[in-house]
Design a protein around this ligand. Structure first.
Ligand SMILES: Cc1cc2nc3c(=O)[nH]c(=O)nc-3n(C[C@H](O)[C@H](O)[C@H](O)COP(=O)(O)O)c2cc1C
Length: 185
């Protein structure tokens, strides 16, 4: 299994870190990653991690401006793409078919080839424009997985919430994990 993880410039880079740490630990898939310039800055600000940490966790890290990368072509058969966190700018570009960087181009490939595309959009509140774009992407086959805490699980730290969201992404990828305990009243 080959998974592409795109990290764009929305808040919540800890979600990408938690996902990549677990994918790297379970070794169930080959992981390729792309980090946008804004994501790189936000990740450093929010978590202290630089792009070198991401490079250590994945099999291959691509520059976001490398539109000649293998994954930019439909002939390269990755199984799924996750964009986490996904900015509203990246949401809007993908919904409109704009493929001006490797993250948006690879997402366009995922949609046209009918492969799994999981988007973790982070913004609040959501504008009507963002909601329309997310609806269009859902209609086109993308899975929209907003990073919402499950309050009923009574998680007490941000770390636990981030692990829960990473676990929900792994659920969609069909990869087993122990990142959250299921609801058991
Ligand atoms: C600290 C910080 C936090 C941000 N958080 C968000 C966010 O949560 N959602 C969002 O859509 N944009 C957010 N932005 C704005 C995006 O970074 C900006 O729109 C950027 O162009 C996104 O580019 P990219 O999607 O190519 O990474 C944030 C910017 C900064 C500096």
């Amino acid at each position: 299994m080959e998974i592409v993880v795109g990290i764009s410039g929305a808040s919540g880079s800890i979600l990408a870190i938690k996902l990549l740490e677990n994918l790297s630990k379970t070794k169930t898939a080959e992981i390729r990653a792309i980090v946008s310039k804004d994501a790189e800055n936000i990740m450093k600000y929010e978590t202290g991690y630089g792009v070198e940490y991401v490079r250590d966790l994945v099999d291959r890290l691509y520059p976001n401006d490398d539109l000649s990368a293998d994954i930019a072509s439909g002939t390269h058969k990755f199984d799924a793409m996750v964009i986490v966190p996904c900015s509203m700018s990246t949401v809007a570009k993908i919904a409109c078919g704009i493929a001006d960087n490797l993250i948006t181009r690879t997402a366009a490939v995922a949609l046209k080839e009918r492969r799994k595309l999981i988007l973790v959009p982070r913004e609040t509140p959501l504008s009507t424009i963002a909601l329309k774009r997310l609806y269009e992407l859902s209609s086109a086959g993308a899975i929209i997985l907003p990073p919402m805490p499950a309050f009923y699980l009574k998680q007490s730290t941000l770390e636990e919430v981030a692990e829960y969201i990473a676990g929900k992404i792994l659920d969609q990828l069909g990869i087993e994990h122990r990142l959250y305990r299921p609801y058991a009243p």
